[in-house]
Write a protein that binds this ligand. Structure first.
Ligand code: NAD
Length: 497
C-alpha cells in the first residue's frame, strides 16, 4: 500500500511543502503505514503566522451576524459529514466507528455553543457612574491563537478550541497530533465551505519541533494545549515565559469509587464501559476502581465476566467493542504494566495478551488487576490503555483520601444510592470533574472542561464560558459627552461626582 502524503492547510488550501520532514501515519488495525505526514519547520510556522495575522485583522472586524452565519453553516456541514469524519478518525486512531461518531457528536456540541456567540460576547454597561459619565465593557479577540492537540480525540479536541476561538474573532492555527493528522484537513475543508475567509483556520502538521517554533513565535498570542502532563507543563512554562496566554490540559488517573449500597451490576457495566471504551485511550477513562467495604470480590467477578466478552478487533467491523492501541510501542508499554503489576503483588485477573486478537495491528485485550497498592507503578502512572486496577479500602473516608492524595485530578466518579454520601463526596473530593453514578463526567459544551492539580496548567478550563474568556481580553471604556459650557481644566485625579 502506498502512503498518502498528508499536507498542511494554509491560506485556504492543502499545501504540500517539498523537502519537508515527514512522519509515518499508521492504520493501527492493520499495522500498515497509510500516510506520510508533513512536519512543519520554522519557515513554515512563520508563513502560517503571517497568513493568520493578515486574516485575523479582517476577521475581528467581521460582524457578529456574519460570523454567526459562518458558524451555522459549519455546524450543518460537520453534521452532514459526521460519517466521513468518524471514518477518518477510525482509519488513523483505530477506535470503533460508533465511538468515533460519539466523538464527532460531542465536538458538534461545541459548535452549537459557539453559534450563540452574539449572546456570549454581550458586554456590560453602567450608565451615569459619574455625572454625564458612562462605562461599558467589551471583550475583544487576541489575534492569532494556536491549538495543540493529542492523538486520542482528533476531531473533538480541535473543536473544543477552534469553534470558540474563531467565533470570538481570532485566527486559529491547529497543530494536530502527528499520529492521526488527516481529520483536521476535513475540518479545514468544511470551514472553507462554510464561508470562513482563508487564513482564519490553518492546519500546521508537525511534531514537538513545530510546537517549539509556535511557542517561540512573537505573532502567536495564546496557546491552547491538550496532551500528557509532562508536555502540558513544559508548554505552559515555555509559553507563559514567552508572554503568551496558555491553558494546558494534561493527563489523568481517574478513580471510580463504589460504595457497598451501589447497584453492583450497574457499577460493573459503567466500569467496563469507562475503562475499556476506546481501548482506555481517553483522558476521562476510569483506570482505578476503588472498592469500599465488602464489594471487592463480587465487583471483580462482575467486571471480569463483562470484560471477557468484549470483542477486540478492527474498529470498522460490525460487532467490535474495542479497537487497537495507537502504536505498537504504546501497546507494548501498556502490556508491560500488566507484568509490572503482577510482579509488585497485584492479582492479574485478566491479561489482555491472552484475549483472542487479530494477527496484525496494535491490539491488546482488556486487563484487570486486583489488590493493587498505592505504591505500585500500575497505580501511580497514567497507563492510557485498557488496564483497570482495583484498589480495596475499608471506608468511604479512606477512598476519598486516596483520590485526594493522587497528583492527577481530572475526573472522578462515585457509585451509590445514598444521597448523603454523594453530597459529602461532591464537597470533599479535590477533582475538577465529578460524576455521581456517571462514570465519564465530561461536562456539556455550555459548562467548561478541566481538571485540577497536574491535570491542568493555567487558570482557564476548556470551552464554554471559560473558553470564550480564554480567547478574548476585556476592554473597559469610560466615556463622557460634556456640555462645552461646563468644561474647565482640572488637574486633580478624576473623581466621580
Ligand atoms: P502528547 O503529550 O504526547 O502530545 C500532545 C501534543 O503535543 C501533540 O500534538 C504532540 O505532537 C505534541 N508534543 C508531543 N511531545 C511534545 C514535546 N516534547 N514538546 C512539545 N510538544 C509535544 O499526548 P498524546 O499521546 O497525543 O495524547 C495522550 C495524552 O493526552 C494523555 O496523557 C491524555 O490523558 C492526555 N489528554 C488529556 C485531555 C484532557 O482534557 N486533560 C484530553 C485528551 C488527552
Amino acid at each position: 500500500m502506498t502512503a498518502t502524503p498528508i499536507p498542511h492547510w494554509l491560506d485556504g488550501a492543502r499545501t504540500d511543502v517539498e523537502g519537508a520532514r515527514t512522519g509515518d501515519v499508521f492504520n493501527p488495525a492493520t499495522g500498515e503505514v497509510t500516510g506520510q505526514v508533513r512536519l512543519a519547520d520554522a519557515a513554515l510556522v512563520d508563513r502560517a503566522v503571517a497568513s493568520a495575522t493578515a486574516a485575523a485583522a479582517a476577521w475581528r472586524r467581521t460582524s457578529l451576524a456574519t460570523r454567526t452565519q459562518v458558524l451555522f453553516a459549519f455546524r450543518e456541514l460537520v453534521r452532514s459529514h459526521a460519517d466521513e469524519l468518524a471514518a477518518a478518525i477510525t482509519a488513523e486512531h483505530g477506535k470503533v466507528l460508533d465511538d468515533a461518531a460519539g466523538e464527532v457528536a460531542r465536538g458538534l456540541d461545541n459548535i452549537d455553543y459557539a453559534v450563540g456567540i452574539a449572546e456570549h460576547l454581550r458586554g456590560s454597561f453602567s450608565s451615569e457612574v459619574g455625572t454625564g459619565v458612562d462605562v461599558r465593557s467589551i471583550r475583544e479577540p487576541l489575534g492569532v491563537v494556536a491549538g495543540i492537540t493529542p492523538f486520542n480525540f482528533p476531531v473533538m479536541v480541535p473543536l473544543w478550541m477552534c469553534a470558540n476561538a474563531i467565533a470570538t474573532g481570532n485566527a486559529f492555527i491547529l497543530k494536530p497530533s502527528d499520529r492521526d493528522p488527516s481529520p483536521s484537513l476535513l475540518l479545514a475543508e468544511l470551514w472553507k465551505r462554510a464561508g470562513l475567509p482563508d487564513g482564519v483556520f490553518t492546519v500546521l502538521q508537525g511534531d514537538a519541533g513545530t510546537v517549539q517554533e509556535l511557542l517561540a513565535h512573537d505573532g502567536v498570542a495564546a496557546i491552547s494545549f491538550v496532551g500528557s502532563t509532562p508536555v502540558a507543563q513544559a508548554v505552559y512554562e515555555a509559553g507563559t515565559g514567552a508572554g503568551k496566554r496558555v491553558q494546558a490540559l494534561g493527563g489523568a488517573k481517574n478513580h471510580m469509587i463504589v460504595l457497598p449500597d451501589a447497584d453492583l451490576g450497574m457499577a460493573a457495566d459503567a466500569a467496563v464501559s469507562a475503562a475499556y471504551g476506546s481501548a482506555g485511550e481517553r483522558c476521562m477513562a476510569v483506570s482505578v476502581l476503588v472498592a469500599v467495604g465488602d464489594v471487592g470480590d463480587r465487583l471483580v467477578k462482575e467486571i471480569e465476566s463483562r470484560a471477557h466478552d468484549i470483542v477486540v478487533g478492527d474498529g470498522t467491523a460490525a460487532g467490535t467493542g474495542m479497537g487497537p492501541l495507537i502504536t505498537a510501542a504504546h501497546r507494548d508499554r501498556v502490556a508491560g504494566y500488566v507484568d509490572a503489576g503482577g510482579a509488585a503483588g497485584a492479582t492479574v485477573v485478566l491479561d489482555g495478551r491472552r484475549t483472542t486478537l487479530p494477527e496484525s495491528g496494535f491490539f491488546l485485550g482488556p486487563s484487570l488487576l486486583d489488590h493493587v497498592g498505592e505504591e505500585m507503578s500500575v497505580y501511580r502512572d497514567e497507563i492510557f490503555g485498557p488496564v483497570l486496577s482495583v484498589v480495596r479500602v475499608e471506608t468511604f473516608d479512606e477512598a476519598i483520601a486516596l483520590v485526594n492524595r493522587n497528583p492527577f485530578a481530572n475526573g472522578v466518579a462515585l457509585f451509590t444510592r445514598d444521597g448523603g454520601a454523594a453530597r459529602q463526596f461532591e464537597r470533599d473530593i479535590e477533582v475538577g470533574m465529578v460524576g455521581v453514578n456517571v462514570p465519564i463526567p465530561v461536562p456539556v459544551a455550555h459548562y467548561s472542561f478541566g481538571g485540577w492539580k497536574s491535570s491542568l496548567f493555567g487558570s482557564h478550563h476548556m470551552y464554554g464560558a471559560e473558553g470564550i474568556e480564554f480567547f478574548t481580553r476585556a476592554k473597559v471604556i469610560t466615556s463622557r459627552w460634556p456640555d462645552p459650557a461646563t468644561s474647565k481644566v482640572d488637574l486633580g485625579f478624576p473623581r466621580n461626582r
